[in-house]
Design a protein around this ligand. Sequence first.
Ligand code: 5GP
Ligand code: ZN
Length: 140
Amino acid sequence: MRTDPDCIFCKIVSGDIPCFKLFEDSHTLAFMDINPANPGHVLAVPKEHWEDVYAIPDSLIAATAQTAKRIAEAANKALHPDGINLVQANGPGAAQSVFHFHLHVLPRVKDDALKLNWGPKPGDIGDIEASFEKIKAQLG
Ligand code: 5GP
Ligand code: ZN
């Protein structure tokens, strides 16, 4: 499998760094973002290391999108947000900070005035875990 020893998401995929893991299948993983822009912020990633939308094979972007859809449905039922954005960044100019392809599943609160480059701030672990438990319960 394609991997990068210096990549934080590869270390999450391998289990070397812990995460709140919501879902896993043979090609993808979904886990809570550690700096949530809003409650319930989740990342869906391919298990293989591909930098961005230009590099990732079609089959793996499709698999990652399917996982993001599954998470969005569960987060919608669990948290009843006002909306959900699927966001994906390519390159520093687009505020990509981790160069392992990922889709943000980003619940929205009406009038939260969230900018596309929201600027990561550490989340409260208890709050992240509470959102994790609610979404996980909807995933069955
Ligand atoms: P990007 O800025 O590349 O679009 O998104 C990267 C995301 O990865 C950010 O939202 C950031 O909070 C998240 N992130 C960075 N390091 C970690 C980590 O160690 N664990 C988790 N769960 N998320 C991380
Ligand atoms: Zn990686």
